[in-house]
Ligand binder design. Structure first.
Ligand code: GAP
Length: 440
C-alpha cells in the first residue's frame, strides 16, 4: 500500500475530517478547519489526554489561561529574543525557506553554492536571517496608543505565571503538575505537510514541578508514560514510534535535556511531542522580571526553592494527524479504504442501518439509535445499498455497523458488522450495548 499524505488529505476533505481554511476564497495558508468528524476525533483525543493527566494523576490539576498575556512575559521567557527561525530567500524565484531544512548544521553551509530547491538556480540564496515567529497585535482601541501584545506561541507560560496561585489555592505539594489545553500561534515561515505545521494550532502541555535533584528521574518517568499513551491509549502502532534526543545544538535556550517522541509519517519521521527538562529557567526568569518571590516553601523540611520543571508538550493537531496516518489502510482485497481508528476515539461509534426503507425497518432502526445516543455518538443511515453505506463508514472510521433486517422484526435480533474484519455477528437488541461497551 502506498500511503501518501495527499491520499490522507483527500479523504479528510471527502469525509469531513479537515478542510483548508477559507476554502471558498481560495484557501488561507497554513490554517485548517475541523469538520464534523474532525472535531469529534479532536475532542475525543483531547479528552483522553485530559483524563490521563488530571484524573489518573491525583497531583495534576488543570488550568485555562488567556491567549493574550502581559507582554513582559515574552521577554522573560526569551521568546522576544530567541524565538526565531533562520530564513533564506531565493532572489531568483522569491521563494522562502527555513535554513535548518537544508541542514541541521546550516551555519556551516556556503549559501552561494546552494541550489534553490524550487527553481534550481545556484547562487541566488541569501544568507540566513532570523525571523521572529510571534504574532503581534495591539491591545486597546487605538493602535498607536495601545499596548503591543502577542498571541501566545505556547501555552506553557500561562502555567508558569499562575503556578503559585494554583499551588496555593489547591494546596499542592511538590511534586505536582498543571495541565492545560489551548490554542497557540506561530507565524511559521514554511508551513507544510497538512496539519503538521500550521500557524494556528492547539497544544496540550503539562508542567511538572519537582524538587531540584529529582528532575532526571522525573524526566525518565514522563518519557515512559508519554510513549505508552500513544500505543496504549490512542492505539498507534508501536513500531512507528521512537525517541529522538536533542543534541547540544538542537537544545532550546531553556532546556537542560530534551527528547522528542517521533512518529513515522508518510513524509518521514517527525516530532509529535516534546519532553523537556526546563530546570528552574522559567520560574527564575519570571521572578526576575516580575519582581515577585516565586520560591516554593517546603514546610516539612523547612526549605525554600524554585522547583525544576519537567514539561510534556504535545500538539493536538499533530496527534490527530498521527492517528489519521496510522489508521489509514487500503484494503486492496475488498477495494475499500478503512480508517482503523481505535474505537475508544473513533468520531462515530456505530452506524445504524435499516436494510430497506420500508416494512417497519426504519422505525426499528430509529429505536436503536434512540437507545444508544445518550451514551455514544451514533448515526442513522438509510441512503444507498448496504455495501455502500458500510464503505462510507469504513472511511469515516466507524467501528460498528448495526443492521436491522426482516428477521429483526421476528426475533428482535440485529447484525453487527466489525469494520476491520468485516465479520458479522447476530445478536439480540439487548446485547448491542454490551458489544459496544466491550470494545469502546
Ligand atoms: N512549550 C514547549 C513547546 O512549545 P515545541 O517543541 O515548540 O515546544 C511542542 O512545541 C509541540 O507543539 C510540538 O511537538 C508539536 O506537536 C506542537 N507544535 C509546535 N509548533 C507547531 C505548529 N506550527 N503546528 C502544529 N503543531 C505545532
Amino acid at each position: 500500500m502506498n500511503k501518501t499524505i495527499e491520499k490522507i488529505v483527500s479523504l479528510c476533505k471527502r469525509r469531513g475530517f479537515v478542510f483548508q481554511s477559507s476554502d471558498i476564497y481560495g484557501g488561507f495558508s497554513a490554517v485548517y478547519d475541523y469538520g464534523p468528524l474532525g472535531v469529534e476525533l479532536k475532542n475525543n483525543i483531547s479528552q483522553l489526554w485530559w483524563k490521563e493527566m488530571t484524573q489518573v494523576h491525583e497531583n495534576i490539576v488543570g488550568l485555562d489561561s488567556g491567549i493574550l498575556m502581559h507582554p513582559k512575559i515574552w521577554e522573560a521567557s526569551g521568546h522576544i529574543g530567541a524565538f526565531n527561525d533562520p530564513l533564506v530567500d531565493c532572489k531568483q524565484c522569491k521563494s522562502r525557506f527555513r535554513a535548518d531544512e537544508f541542514s541541521k548544521e546550516y551555519q556551516k553551509l556556503i549559501w552561494k553554492e546552494v541550489k534553490c530547491p524550487k527553481c534550481g538556480t545556484t547562487g541566488e540564496l541569501t544568507d540566513p536571517r532570523q525571523f521572529n515567529l510571534m504574532f503581534k497585535t495591539s491591545v486597546g482601541p487605538v493602535e498607536e496608543s495601545g499596548t503591543e501584545a502577542f498571541l501566545r506561541p505556547e501555552t506553557a507560560q500561562g502555567i508558569y505565571v499562575n503556578y503559585q496561585l494554583v499551588q496555593g489555592a489547591m494546596r499542592m505539594k511538590v511534586p505536582f503538575g498543571i495541565a492545560q489545553i489551548g490554542k497557540a500561534f506561530r507565524n511559521e515561515i514554511i508551513a507544510r505537510n497538512f496539519i503538521f505545521r500550521t500557524r494556528e494550532f492547539e497544544q496540550m502541555e503539562m508542567q511538572y514541578f519537582v524538587k531540584p535533584g529529582k528532575d532526571d528521574d522525573s524526566l525518565i518517568d514522563w518519557k515512559n508514560k508519554r510513549l505508552k499513551f500513544y500505543h496504549q491509549k490512542l492505539g498507534v502502532s508501536k513500531s512507528k514510534l521512537r525517541f529522538h534526543e536533542h543534541k547540544n545544538e538542537e537544545l532550546a535556550h531553556y532546556a537542560k535535556e530534551a527528547w522528542d517522541i517521533e512518529y513515522e509519517f508518510p513524509f518521514g519521521w517527525s516530532e509529535i511531542e516534546g519532553i523537556h527538562n526546563r530546570t528552574d529557567f522559567d520560574l527564575r526568569r519570571h521572578q526576575e522580571f516580575s519582581g515577585k518571590n516565586l520560591l516554593y516553601f517546603d514546610q516539612p523540611n523547612n526549605d525554600k526553592f524554585l522547583p525544576y520543571i519537567i514539561e510534556t508538550s504535545a500538539g493536538l493537531n499533530r496527534m490527530l494527524l498521527t492517528v489519521l496516518s496510522d489508521a489509514y489502510w487500503e484494503d486492496s482485497e475488498n477495494n475499500r479504504i478503512v480508517m482503523k481508528i481505535d474505537p475508544r476515539i473513533a468520531p462515530v461509534k456505530a452506524v445504524i442501518c435499516p436494510l430497506v426503507k420500508k416494512d417497519g425497518l426504519p422505525e426499528k432502526a430509529r429505536k436503536i439509535v434512540d437507545q444508544l445516543k445518550p451514551l455514544y455518538r451514533v448515526i442513522y443511515d438509510q441512503q444507498g445499498s448496504i455495501g455502500k453505506r458500510y464503505y462510507r463508514q469504513d472511511e469515516a472510521g466507524t467501528p460498528f455497523g448495526i443492521t436491522v433486517d426482516h428477521q429483526s422484526l421476528e426475533d428482535d435480533t440485529v447484525t453487527i458488522r466489525h469494520r476491520d474484519t468485516q465479520k458479522q455477528e447476530r445478536v439480540s437488541s439487548e446485547q448491542i450495548l454490551n458489544v459496544l461497551k466491550d470494545n469502546i
